[in-house]
Design a protein around this ligand. Structure first.
Ligand code: SF4
Length: 360
């Protein structure tokens, strides 16, 4: 039975568990009302466009139908259990999922708008040694509602802010929760939904090659690849995924990646003292990326309690950056935000980044 059929049969069955409407894509919502699929579109707009949480607020749905729907469905968000504010304005939100797990997302203020960094999994199986999320191990993939809530909650809790960018750079490897992430992107960019332009959505991956081969075809969002080393030996030491998907195969896949017009792939490079930060590494990076449409983001490591790695000193970071600036590759040093609340890149761990288990 397809997901859509399962939803429809649960909806039409007299004995049913509650459906979370926030967990349904457009196709599933339309199928709830076989005879009048436009009702699905109306509900889609109420949930994802207007962000309502009470079925009875759907004023263009007849009262009797609303009553019927409310007996079988809910609009359920994970609970917000903590909001921390950094001295630089960044905010970290902790959500408790229905099964008790905690995930985090980050709101980042820009000059005239905000960006939301969302999680796609609880924990992560990838084991990158510089990342606090990895210490949790893999817990589970997030459902559609759990991803959508991380964008809808701030949009509607802070109507005075303009949320323009969504980046899948929080907890988890988004390409290992592929179908749900693609569903979320379609809803986020839908004209009846939150209307986030696909140009302003970015997926960051450690390089899951089979999924990279379909991603550019399935959606036209921006792509960031967490590279962090120029040889398989060094990369495998900090990113175990390299043993399965070696660098040459990753670079070849990126060469064939179907990029949206005038876009460049972002190469993320976390600088780790004594591991990947030498001038030789910088030169090899230039050679490795030759022929690719990329820009490089240099990210000196953001340490977290228990992290055994260190960032390089400023002189080393600047020397690495200068090497890249002398090449045709565009390079920028990422201005890290939210370090004081452990909300920067690689620091999210659902309440465990502080070195212990936090009770909410
Ligand atoms: S960097 Fe990304 S892929 Fe690697 S462990 Fe952290 S969340 Fe997972």
């Amino acid at each position: 039975m397809s997901g859509a059929q399962a939803v429809r049969s649960r909806f039409s069955s007299p004995v049913t568990t509650m459906i979370n409407l926030l967990d349904q894509n457009r196709e599933n919502l339309n199928l709830l009302f076989d005879d009048k699929p436009y009702r699905g579109s109306q509900i889609f707009n109420w949930i994802y466009g207007k962000g309502i949480r009470d079925i009875h607020q759907m004023s263009n749905i007849p009262g009797q139908l609303r009553d019927e729907l409310a007996k079988k469905a809910v609009i359920s968000y994970p609970d917000v259990v903590e909001i921390q504010r950094s001295s630089d304005g960044t905010e970290k939100i902790a959500y408790r999922l229905a099964d008790g797990h905690i995930i985090e997302s980050v709101l980042m203020p820009e000059k005239d708008h905000w960006s939301v960094c969302v999680s796609s999994q609880a924990g992560c199986a990838m084991g990158c040694t510089f990342c606090c999320t990895a210490t949790l191990g893999f817990i589970r993939n997030l459902g559609l509602a759990e991803i959508m809530a991380q964008v809808l909650y701030p949009i509607h809790a802070y109507p005075e802010r303009t949320f323009r960018n969504v980046v899948f750079m929080g907890m988890g490897e988004p390409l290992l929760n592929y179908d749900t992430v693609i569903d979320a992107i379609r809803i986020l960019s839908d004209p009846d939904g939150p209307r986030i332009s696909k140009r302003r959505i970015t997926i960051s991956t450690c390089g899951i090659i089979p999924r990279l081969k379909t991603l550019g075809r399935d959606t036209e969002v921006g792509l960031a690849v967490s590279l962090n080393a120029v040889t398989d030996a060094t990369r495998a030491g900090i990113m175990p995924v390299t043993r399965k998907y070696p660098l040459t195969e990753l670079i070849d896949t990126l060469k064939g990646y179907q990029l949206p017009n005038r876009r460049r792939i972002t190469i993320e490079y976390v600088l780790l003292k004594g591991i990947n930060d030498s001038i030789l590494d910088a030169r090899q990076l230039i050679r490795l990326l030759h022929g690719l449409k990329v820009k490089v983001n240099l990210i000196p490591l953001n340490p977290w309690p228990g992290c055994t790695l260190e960032p390089p000193d400023t002189t080393t970071v600047l020397a690495f950056e200068e090497q890249l600036k002398d090449s045709p590759i565009a390079v920028m040093r990422r201005k890290e935000k939210g370090n004081d609340i452990l909300a920067a890149c690689g620091q999210l761990a659902g309440g465990k980044s502080h070195g212990g288990t936090k009770t909410y």
